[in-house]
Ligand binder design. Structure first.
Ligand code: ADE
Ligand code: ZN
Length: 334
């Protein structure tokens, strides 16, 4: 079926699974928070390397200074996903960033996580969508820090947290030492969804599968360098939460023409489309669907397939999944 510009991609029910809470801050909010702090807003669109990207990310995050700032961030992230047609959103959240800096009422990771869950759930309920938090450890913290976060996430499994992730510089910190944290998370029923196959190649993806039991992989696109790995992903139904614009701007791919999304789909790998860090890269989830149609040449069937996978692989409750899949079929065959 050819792509039809008349089908409204905003009306395609989808899940937004791969977005980092601070990386999805509204640009206007960044400006306002910087003005209030009396500092120049970090030039978030300009990173020339992943290390610089992480510094800009940290600078934007440091502008969140009060519990109300954090509530606003969470609320706006959920609102923006809903405006893009997401019926389920799974923001990645690292509570450690805020424990101790938001004042006495939020001095623990647990209190910070509870605030995020409460605000996300309240906002999602108001908008008639669903939301589950992915607690995400950082690779430059210690594996013991990750275990502590996994234990915290496990306590909220089924009550606000649905998945467990691992972010930051994969080229310097391989997955294997984080195996104990992911065992804790998986044992609690959380979806294992680490970053891999972005800043490092197939070895990192093998590690995510073998050591971390990944069911979803954030990015994963560099699996394409190893045909046996692609076959394994396809056979095992492992899902790649792909972010084309992020891959372009962080130079994971040299150009969008060379992005492997279509190749992975043709090989039978289940994929979803995501914004990663819209504050730093531009498009939100809707923008990525538009880009996939306009620049990657995906058909409406393929776009609906990506949306279908995003819902099926998410932490959404069964009733939401059933409704979203039915609405998706209606979108494709009105
Ligand atoms: N944190 C935020 N964005 C990220 C990315 N693209 N890769 C790894 N860690 C991240
Ligand atoms: Zn990411």
């Amino acid at each position: 079926m050819p792509s039809s510009p008349s089908r409204d991609l905003a009306a395609l029910p989808k899940a937004h699974l791969h977005l980092h809470m601070e990386g999805a801050m509204r640009p206007a909010t960044l400006t306002e928070l910087a003005q209030r702090a009396g500092v120049v807003a970090p030039p978030v669109g300009t990173s020339s390397s992943f290390a610089e990207f992480l510094l800009l990310y940290a600078a934007a995050s440091a502008l969140i200074r009060t519990p109300d700032d954090l509530r606003r961030l969470v609320r706006e992230v959920v609102e923006d996903a809903a405006a893009d047609g997401a019926v389920w959103v799974e923001p990645h959240f690292y509570p450690t960033r805020y424990a101790q800096v938001l004042g006495p009422t939020l001095s623990s990771e647990q209190a910070v996580l509870e605030l995020a869950i409460e605000e996300a759930t309240r906002t999602a309920d108001r908008l008639g969508i669903g939301c589950g938090i992915m607690v995400s450890a950082l690779r430059h913290d210690t594996p013991d820090d990750a275990v502590r976060l996994a234990r915290l996430a496990a306590r909220y499994a089924g009550s606000g947290v649905v998945s467990f992730g691992l972010a930051a510089d994969e080229s310097k910190f391989p997955p294997e030492p984080f195996a104990p944290a992911f065992t804790v998370a998986r044992d609690a029923g959380l979806i294992s969804a680490p970053h891999a196959g972005e800043l490092a190649g197939p070895a990192s993806v093998y590690g995510a599968l073998d050591a971390l039991g990944a069911k979803r992989i954030c990015h994963g696109v560099r699996a394409v360098e190893d045909p046996a790995l692609v076959e394994r992903l396809a056979n095992d139904g492992v899902v790649l939460d792909v972010c084309p614009t992020s891959n372009l701007l962080l130079r994971v791919v040299p150009s969008l023409d060379e992005h492997p999304l279509a190749q992975l789909l043709d090989a039978g790998v289940r994929c979803t489309l995501n914004g990663d860090d819209p504050l730093l890269f531009g498009p939100g989830v809707l923008g990525e669907y538009e880009l996939a149609r306009d620049k990657l040449g995906l058909t409406d069937e393929q776009l609906a397939g990506l949306a279908r996978t995003s819902i099926e692989a998410s932490g959404a409750p069964p009733a939401l999944v059933t409704t979203a899949l039915a609405d998706m079929d209606a979108w494709l065959t009105p």
